[in-house]
Design a protein around this ligand. Structure first.
Ligand SMILES: [Cu+2]
Length: 182
């Protein structure tokens, strides 16, 4: 199934992706490797409370399935202001917590090379969890990515930015975030 079709599936997308990915890997390797499912959902926290923004009434759900050192990550956003339909927004897993009004608290992107001590770290969609999405006319957004690493546990954040992610990993001001803790 393509990402586009998953997006059209609306509210079932996150559950569907988990269902598709999970049983297959769990049964294909009984007793081997480890599988961890991380999930989070709720109202987005406003990182710019002084200004009206397109995510002020939005909520999101995240599911991350880690298996044998790889991860499938799905992000679904709802309640995005309709005025930004068609726009692309950057979103990433950041190392720090999601704190209302304090975008800096989330710290930098989670980067597997940095965690591994590789200098300089590569910055791309294989070393970081990039979850850019397009706001739809229905006020939703959907992103799915697979990465060849399993982010380490912590109090972390999915941060949504004002611009799409550029090749250097930059995406402009931080607008909102979803806390993810495991
Ligand atoms: Cu980010």
């Amino acid at each position: 199934m393509t990402t586009t079709k998953l997006a059209a599936a609306g509210g079932t997308a996150v559950l569907l992706a988990t269902a598709v990915f999970m049983p297959a890997t769990a049964e294909a390797h009984p007793g081997h490797g480890t599988t961890r499912v991380v999930s989070a959902h709720g109202n987005l926290r406003d990182l710019q409370p002084g200004a009206a923004g397109p995510f002020d009434h939005a909520r999101a759900a995240l599911v991350m399935v880690q298996h044998n050192g790889r991860s499938l990550v799905v992000l679904q956003v709802r309640g995005i202001d309709r005025s930004v339909a068609g726009r692309d927004f950057g979103a990433h897993l950041h190392v720090g917590p999601c704190v209302t009004g304090d975008g800096a608290a989330a710290g930098p992107h989670y980067n597997a090379d940095t965690v591994a001590g590789r200098v300089p770290p590569r910055v791309d969609a294989t070393t970081e969890v990039w979850l850019d999405f397009t706001a739809t006319r229905a006020g939703t957004g959907f992103a799915l990515t697979q990465v060849p690493f399993a982010p380490l546990p912590g109090r972390r954040a999915i941060v949504i930015h004002q611009e799409p992610t550029d090749p250097q990993g930059a995406a402009g001001p931080r607008l909102a975030c979803l806390p993810v803790e495991w």
